[in-house]
Design a protein around this ligand. Structure first.
Ligand code: NAP
Length: 520
């Protein structure tokens, strides 16, 4: 039995004997294990701070970018092996796995280019130098410098490669060493990726540490005020991270990426035919079923003008009927299982909860068999589309994230104000999408949704052939959202660096300030 090791203080360690099994969610077979105890978190953090931090801070952005470029290439070279592991340990179809792994190498490559663009500097100059005194002699300006602690990254199970890479890319480029911890259930992909990076010495010593298994909460206790935590996971775990006593005492900087009741809104102008309508149907079916709906950006709520409801219902159900569920290793399967027995139980409970308020439009379990799956095995659930007659009365639909291939359709009266009002019942989201070619409708929706979201996706005929869909997080755009979505923000090109940097105002005489900031 392979025990996933942790990489701490420059060595691979096995952890203690107590172990948590890792399963293949298609067969339920145990394919590995993570140690549950036995890693010295304090020593791991100290090694990162003392060994990795100074080396990274001494490098220019361009030099840090070259590390990311190498990491991107190694991730890409490992693609086939990681895909195979993601199919076995994550229940990913090959397409799901590529989404995760190619997303990882793409994000690393994007930040490598950003590093190249930032050039020979080791810190960021933020804005202009301002005159502060009566004469031009007394001035002030701002710089942003890397914090001197470690960046702790705690990730969710659904993106084991991208989760490691997207966080590491930004932290390393900013100049902070990383301690990364994947979710236990799908740790094999992240472990293999880090192993490959370490084996070719792609990073300076101490720049990347890896924790497999164990109680993630304990990793928060040795943190100091110069460390940061970027957390991705459920809203409830995010609350626990924020409320950890040591985190509060040390004012540890925290970024929380949590769950979200992402909405899709069909504009009345899109009608029930044409490129924009087709894009709406295609995107919605894809966002419900990619990675078996286990995506923080998956569409959970669908708002359609009342006059188009019946047609949309039929077309979405037809799209879902075409989804083939089964062994994700098979090329004729488009949706694999959920990741674990716990997720399956939670999704089933969630569907029952929603069904107390909603009717069922489509239940995939009534159509077609599981392909290539031994009877009674695996954590499978078929896509489910529900409908709520009155969005305003369907509170549970706006509050409860069912982390599987499940969404609820609701009518609105065609007015953007009403659609936006219903979307906002989700109390803050990662992304919502609007399908329209009507610029006034789009404009009204953007400004009504913007304060409540990290991203608004506008699907129209003009982008139908190239837009990747609302569920794709792109490194140049910010990712995160207020309220239910955790209140965090990641990525966004160079904007993402701010989380790992301390902004400081410098005031003094002009020649001295200019010299220090490297501007004139
Ligand atoms: P989770 O149960 O909240 O776990 C997330 C991570 O936190 C895991 O690594 C977990 O470790 C760790 N953890 C568990 N208890 C902890 C504690 N008390 N303190 C610190 N860390 C703790 O979430 P999940 O089931 O892996 O992922 C699904 C959820 O993540 C969904 O709600 C989804 O919407 C959300 N998500 C959000 C985003 C985003 O970017 N906003 C992206 C992906 C997923 P163990 O695995 O060892 O329990």
């Amino acid at each position: 039995m392979e025990r996933v090791k942790s990489y701490v203080c420059g060595e691979w360690v096995r952890g203690s004997e107590a172990a948590e099994p890792l399963r293949n969610p298609t067969t339920e077979e145990v394919i590995g294990e993570c140690a549950a105890e036995g890693i010295d978190y304090a020593a791991c953090l100290e090694y990162a701070r003392r060994k990795g931090g100074p080396v990274l801070r001494g490098m220019s952005f361009a030099a840090r970018g070259r590390i990311l470029e190498r990491m991107s290439k190694i991730t890409h070279e490992l693609r086939d092996e990681l895909i195979e592991l993601a199919v076995r340990n994550g229940g990913n179809t090959r397409a799901d796995a590529k989404f995760d792994i190619d997303g990882a190498s793409h994000t690393l490559a994007t930040y490598a280019r950003i590093g190249e663009g930032l050039g020979d500097r080791t810190f960021v100059v933020d804005g202009e130098i301002e005159q502060l005194g009566r004469s031009p002699r007394f001035v002030g300006g701002h710089i942003a410098v890397p914090l001197t602690g470690a960046a702790v990254h705690i990730n969710a199970f659904n993106f084991p490669a991208w989760g490691v890479a997207e966080k590491a890319a930004v932290a390393l480029l900013a100049g902070m060493p990383v301690v990364t911890r994947p979710a236990t259930s799908t740790a094999l992909v992240a472990a293999r990726l880090v192993e490959a990076l370490v084996s070719v010495e792609a990073l300076p010593a101490g720049a990347l540490s890896f924790i497999a298994g164990g109680r993630a909460a304990s990793l928060l206790d040795p943190l100091s005020s110069q460390d940061v935590v970027a957390f991705t996971g459920s809203r409830t775990t995010g609350e626990a991270v924020r409320g950890r006593t040591n985190v509060l005492r040390e004012s540890v900087r925290i970024n929380v990426e949590a769950d979200s009741l992402n909405a899709a809104v069909l504009g009345p102008d899109a009608g029930a035919a044409g490129a924009t309508y087709d894009l709406f149907v295609r995107d919605t079916v894809h966002e419900m079923t990619q990675k078996a709906g286990q995506k923080c950006t998956a569409t959970r709520r669908i708002f359609v003008p009342a006059a188009l409801l019946e047609r949309a219902q039929e077309d979405l159900a037809a799209g879902l009927r075409a989804v083939t569920v089964g062994d994700p290793a098979r090329r004729d399967v488009s949706m694999g299982p959920l990741v674990s027995a716990e997720q399956l139980a939670s999704v089933r409970e969630g569907i029952e909860l929603l069904q107390r308020t909603c009717a069922t439009v489509h239940d995939g379990s009534e159509h077609g068999e599981l392909l290539g799956v031994e009877a009674g095995k695996g954590y499978f659930i078929a896509p489910v589309l529900l409908i709520a007659a009155a969005a305003r009365e369907a509170n549970i639909v706006h509050e409860h994230e069912v982390f599987g291939p499940v969404a609820t359709l609701m009518p609105y009266n065609g007015d953007p104000a009403e659609a936006a009002c219903y979307v906002r019942l989700g109390n803050g989201g990662l992304v919502s999408s609007v399908y329209t070619d009507d610029r006034e409708f789009a404009r009204a929706m953007v400004f009504a949704l913007a304060p409540h979201h990290g991203r608004v996706y506008l699907g129209s005929a003009r982008v139908a052939e190239q837009a990747p869909g609302p569920g794709t997080v792109l490194p140049l755009l910010v990712h995160g959202g207020p309220g239910h979505a955790g209140g965090g923000e990641e990525l966004g090109g160079p904007r993402g660096l701010a989380f790992y940097l301390q902004r400081v105002a410098i005031e003094g005489d002009r020649p001295m300030v200019e010299k220090i900031l490297g501007v004139s």
